[in-house]
Ligand binder design. Structure first.
Ligand SMILES: Nc1ncnc2c1ncn2[C@@H]1O[C@H](COP(=O)(O)OP(=O)(O)OP(=O)(O)O)[C@@H](O)[C@H]1O
Ligand SMILES: [Mg+2]
Length: 308
């Protein structure tokens, strides 16, 4: 295990903001931490990084508890914070150089590392511009360049795509994929389930300081009831056909709108549905089965939407 979190608790005064979180992250995984505002994602990350004093529980990185001044471990971690962490008055080049030196890269290796990091996020051509003149997406990419200049084994990214244009967003998601292919273990927090679905192989859903579901995306989706919403478009719609359909016991919540029939059914009953339609000479023009996604999972687990 690269990271092991056991029963992590973080309180601010009387308020418990992380409430017994346990997570194991294996080498080479991309773990998505998905949850709404205030769920406790950033606080969990701060605890992993040793940036906050935890109230209870245990956090291990590479099998060790992170102590202040544990430089050897810290050098193996890259952190892209939710808020920008660079000097706005400095150029991108000088900012990344600052981080390279902080991570104890020495001599001519500095220049090489800085070039590689800026190239990687597509900012090499703009390296001489002050960071404050960058667009939101470029600032996010600079934030990432600062975090990866020392080629960390673990990359922790806290909402790295907030406020970016689609091009920067794709650039960032591609960057995560490439780094992961090279062996980097990634923790990625987001409100956006599409991003998590696109890049993560493990997902933990957080709400109110707790992990309410955890697994691969497929596992989480299968956790949900097998019931699917279906829409049928029928060419020879008659009152009789509708009555017939209403009599089928394996359907529920049946309703009709002109030539369309909506209902819920178990996915396993699909062939039964086909048989009945053919047997009763009901001609189907279109059939839609709603596919559940992480948003559906989240809604079912918490009763609320990821983004309000
Ligand atoms: N330093 C602090 N002092 C007091 N409360 C805090 C502090 N930091 C965070 N909190 C509270 O802890 C809770 C969890 O915050 P956290 O930033 O971890 O959530 P998050 O999931 O990262 O949310 P977001 O998606 O908005 O970034 C929130 O209710 C927040 O107000
Ligand atoms: Mg946060």
């Amino acid at each position: 295990m690269v990271i092991e979190i056991q029963d992590l608790v973080k309180k601010y005064g009387k308020k418990t903001v992380v409430d017994g979180v346990s997570l194991n992250i294996k080498e080479g995984e991309v773990l998505g931490l998905l949850g709404p505002n205030g769920a406790g994602k950033s606080t969990t990350i701060s605890a992993i990084l040793g940036l906050v004093k935890i109230s209870a529980g245990d956090v291990k990185i590479f099998g060790q508890t992170l102590k202040p001044g544990a430089v050897d471990i810290k050098k193996r971690i890259g952190y892209v914070p939710q808020d920008f962490a660079f000097f706005p008055e400095l150029s991108a080049y000088d900012n990344v150089t600052y981080w390279a030196k902080l991570y104890q890269i020495k001599g001519k290796d500095v220049k090489e590392a800085v070039k590689e990091a800026l190239d990687f996020v597509g900012l090499w051509d703009r390296r001489k511009d002050k960071a404050k003149t960058y667009s939101g997406g470029m600032k996010r990419r600079l934030n990432i360049a600062c975090a990866i200049v020392h080629k960390p084994d673990i990359l922790i990214m806290d909402e790295p795509t907030v406020g970016v244009d689609p091009q920067s967003r794709n650039n960032i998601l591609d960057a995560v994929r490439i780094l992961n292919q090279k062996g980097t273990t990634v923790i990625y927090t987001s409100h956006y389930m599409e991003e998590i679905q696109a890049i993560c192989n493990q997902v933990a859903i957080m709400d109110n300081g707790r992990i309410i579901a955890q697994g691969t995306i497929d596992e989480l989706i299968h956790l949900m009831s097998e019931e699917r919403k279906v829409r049928l478009d029928i060419s020879n719609m008659t009152e009789e056909a509708y009555k017939k359909i209403q009599s089928w016991k394996f359907l529920s919540d049946i309703s009709k709108e002109e030539n369309e029939i909506h209902f819920k059914m178990n996915e396993q009953d699909m062939s039964k549905l086909m048989e009945e339609l053919v047997k009763n000479k009901i001609e189907v023009i279109a059939l839609d089965v709603e596919k559940p996604n992480l948003e559906t999972v989240f809604l079912q687990l918490t009763g609320k939407k990821l983004r309000d």
